[in-house]
Design a protein around this ligand. Sequence first.
Ligand code: PXP
Length: 240
Amino acid sequence: MHKKLGVNIDHVATVRQARRGTSPDPVTAAGIAEMNGADGITVHLREDRRHIQDRDLAVLKQVVKTRINLEMAATKEMVGIATDILPFSSTLVPEKREEITTEGGLDVLGQREAIHGTVSRLQEAGILVSLFIDPDLAQVRAAKHTGADAVEIHTGEYCNAFQGGRTEKQFGKIRSAAAYGRNIGLRVFAGHGLDLRNIVPILSLPEIEEFNIGHSIIARAVFVGLGQAVREMADLIHGR
Ligand code: PXP
């Protein structure tokens, strides 16, 4: 199966917002990412608008040639924006104002009814819906019950373990969650903390179709340029 790379460009907007100015422009970043092998562009429109702005999303919708994956909290405001802009897909994520980044997966099990309602509203608008969850079988099962199309497995804990050289337990969780998800008819994606090294074992899991990667690509882009940073990751994922 052809695996896909979604490049998360939030951090380009983070640098821009440091000066509340106009550069670097995440829309330009999206174009460069697409020219260098990205299969899609991912953005997280946060409630506090700390990086991506509403205008970015509107302009991206007009210029992105691949597809947009909108990461969003399951709130009325965000559902309104998504059903207005109509990204290709929406990934529901938990959101707390104080967190530095998305810290844990969505607790689907604890709020199945509410998430089911959000999933339905987005799907009725023709948006593919993915739920960002920890690699936990009960959460995968609950995701299926909400009617979601896909799960994105949170790879953060695995990536932390990778740094310490002990990945077996966390890798096993991802492997089981991916296999189970596929078995019960969900599409399976993965993301958070992935880089050129720690993604290699994850690429061996046949069920995982897509990866959403931001920080490591943008961090590397500071030194080697965005085009090269995207190309290296895209080639790895595409098996070139
Ligand atoms: N997937 C989801 C659902 C996320 O919230 C994030 C972080 O915004 C990512 C992927 C990308 O994570 P990273 O920036 O660590 O590559």
